[in-house]
Ligand binder design. Structure first.
Ligand code: WTA
Length: 651
């Protein structure tokens, strides 16, 4: 846990409060505070009410079966997620409503009504069936932020295939690892995508990954189009590779949705943990859709004419739950943007908000801090008066960034929902309700109605400062780790009996608000991206010059955290600038650019206990420039002073 108690005390003495504006509350989707009491009184009845707003082919007979640490929700119920996101909106006015409004980085625009999106998804579902994809098969999706990413996910959901979306920034090796762990049968990719004026060569990466992905039988390639497709010569391998548009040309726009059991798997999403190997978080159908539907509606206060924009990438869970499944299950108009916020200039997001009349905007603190650094003049050039609600997710938001968001983007009139959740929780867990909750800068406030979360100490006793804990099962919880139920038990359920351990530290204030303080395990949060220290360490020691490495997080003004790597070299190698750069590139190649260490410190030795365990705590102190804690258990206490000196020189 961060031991910077000064900052913590400052946080908890935060006394600015922002009650919801009266007109916002009066019109809010959730405006009766009784919802908290009702949900607490009978959580199963409460969640069943939300589930009842979805379309079920067969009703459930039991709401919850809890045999710790395994939960099942809405047992016996049958439904299809793509049917709920598309078909059920086709009978009324929503048929011609815009479902997806997409803008590419170069400025190309595509719009799909619900009917058009339905037809496209059905065509692709048929095409996938034509390639032999059956219910339960795994399909890897490695795409840029283009409409086909949503189409591919929904098409998988339609036929009961399990998708595994891999963020386009991951390296070929990371892609191959994920293909192999899931034993995916099909890979869906694109010739490329635009990012900051450059091209992300997805097909070339995919080809590299495919040399080491023996289970993949077919590859579907989307032609991104325009100038990009002219620039990227995409070679297709006969028999294995297929153009997306060729497959769709011959496919019927009608496709029966597979009737799925509530507990059938919807997707796997790999996320970093405390070992070198990312884990495949498994989400199922009925409970997941119920909670993403409910939270999207209640937290984002969705109304029929909202234009809703979540800036996440579909490669992360936020994109799954709050670009695709939650908003579409609600029949919303979803904006999707392909590229970077500073292309062609730093006003791009606000230009988009103005042009499309965005009303609800959901982004990450790291982005807000970058906007803040770029200055008020960028949002100041645009009319942002259409915005009525703002959200943040991904890491703790510092009060200064919150206040800036409130003023410069929200015009001091928009409530801000600071939403805490995780890949594993599937949906929002702790959040203000925008029409009910007084917000305070820096806290996610209270558990969503129907969620039971608290703060516990090591012994499982309630405390006001300790570990965040979720004390009862929730509908969208992960069901297991793909292929590794032992890891599921060990990671999340072994700290306390039958209580979920998210890996975050937290404090409770006098109003009962929960302040999330960040990870307490060896997971870093770099610009909202989850990265395991062990993953980076494995990548480093994979380099022929490296003997040993220890990776820690270091506070960063914009990214929240950046990566500092302490490295000892093998005999005969010298820690030069060139080698430092080579190691950075090596990590980029092994994992992806997001994992490149910002700082590499070469050292003859690392602080170890007499039994040989690296004391990361001390390295964290060094990286943060803090007074170094207790060193008495070190085999060689002098190593700390040496490292501090080297560190100061490097920085
Ligand atoms: C952190 C992203 C503070 C937290 C949806 C969590 C947050 C991890 C918040 C999950 C927030 C997410 N306040 N911290 N509002 N939201 N986190 O799996 O450490 O990519 O455990 O899911 O992000 O990251 P993940």
């Amino acid at each position: 846990m961060k031991s910077d108690t000064g900052a913590l005390d400052a946080l908890l003495s935060e006394d600015r409060r922002f009650p919801p504006p009266a007109d916002f509350s009066a019109a809010a989707v959730v405006r009766d505070p009784e919802i908290y009491r009702k949900a607490a009184e009978n959580r199963e009845v409460y969640w069943a009410e939300w589930a009842g707003e979805l379309d079920w082919f067969e009703p459930w007979h039991t709401v919850l079966e809890w045999s710790p640490p395994h939960a099942k929700w809405f047992l016996g119920g049958r439904l299809n997620v793509s049917h709920n996101c598309l078909d059920r909106h086709l009978s009324g006015a929503r048929r011609d409503k815009t479902a997806l409004l997409w803008e590419g980085e170069p400025g190309d625009v595509r719009r799909y009504t619900y009917q058009q999106l339905h037809a496209e998804v059905c065509r692709f579902a048929n095409a996938l069936r034509g390639l032999g994809v059956e219910k339960g098969d795994r399909v890897t999706i490695y795409l840029p932020m283009i409409p086909e990413a949503a189409v591919a996910m929904l098409a998988c959901a339609r036929i009961g295939a399990i998708h595994s979306v891999v963020f386009g920034g991951f390296s070929p090796e990371s892609l191959a690892d994920r293909n192999n762990d899931a034993k995916s049968k099909v890979l869906i990719t694109a010739d490329g995508g635009w990012r900051r004026g450059g091209i992300v060569p997805l097909k070339a990466n995919a080809d590299e990954a495919l040399r080491d992905s023996p289970t993949i039988e077919h590859v579907v390639v989307v032609r991104r189009g325009g100038e990009l497709s002219e620039k990227v010569a995409t070679g297709l391998q006969d028999g294995r590779d297929h153009w997306y548009h060729d497959l769709l040309a011959g496919a019927s726009p009608e496709s029966e949705p597979e009737s799925m059991d509530s507990e059938d798997i919807l997707y796997i999403l790999y996320t970093s943990g405390t070992t070198g190997k990312p884990k495949g978080v498994v989400h199922t159908t009925g409970g997941y859709l119920t909670q993403v539907y409910a939270t999207t509606r209640a937290v984002f206060d969705l109304k029929e004419d909202d234009v809703y924009w979540c800036t996440a990438d579909v490669g992360w869970v936020t994109g799954h739950s709050y670009i695709v499944y939650g908003p579409l299950a609600n029949g919303a108009t979803v904006l999707m943007y392909e590229g970077a916020p500073d292309t062609p200039d730093r006003g791009r997001f606000w230009d988009i908000c103005q042009r499309y009349g965005v009303t609800v905007f959901y982004t990450a603190p790291t982005a807000i801090r970058a906007f803040m650094r770029w200055g008020d003049q960028w949002p100041g050039r645009y009319d942002l008066s259409g915005l009525r609600l703002l959200g943040t997710v991904g890491e703790p938001i510092n009060p200064e960034a919150w206040m800036w968001y409130h003023r410069a983007i929200g015009g001091e009139r928009c409530p801000i929902v600071d939403t805490w959740w995780q890949t594993e929780t599937g949906a929002i867990m702790i959040t203000p309700l925008p029409g009910l909750t007084d917000t305070k800068p820096g806290t996610a406030a209270l558990p969503f109605p129907g969620i039971e979360a608290t703060i516990l100490d090591n012994n499982g006793e309630e405390t006001s400062a300790g570990y965040l804990a979720v004390t009862s099962p929730w509908p969208s919880m992960l069901r297991t780790v793909w292929g590794d139920d032992d890891r599921y038990r060990a990671t999340y359920w072994s700290r306390w009996p039958n209580v979920y351990f998210p890996g975050d530290g937290a404090k409770r204030d006098q109003d009962g608000y929960l302040w999330i303080l960040g990870r307490v395990d060896d997971v870093l949060n770099v610009a909202g991206h989850r990265i395991g220290t062990m993953e980076v360490e494995s990548a480093l020691v994979d380099h022929h010059a490296v003997a040993e490495s220890a990776v820690v997080g270091k506070s960063h003004d914009i990214k929240g955290q950046s990566i500092a790597a302490f490295v000892t070299l093998k005999e005969g190698f010298e820690g030069t600038d060139a080698l430092e750069e080579e190691l950075r590139e090596h990590v980029g190649r092994k994992i992806g650019a997001i994992a490149k260490p910002e700082l590499v410190i070469f050292s003859a030795d690392l602080p170890k206990t007499r039994s040989g365990k690296i004391m990361r705590r001390l390295l964290r102190d060094i990286a943060e420039g803090r007074t170094v804690g207790d060193t008495t258990t070190l085999a060689d206490p002098a190593v700390v002073a040496r490292l501090q000196k080297m560190y100061a020189e490097e920085e």
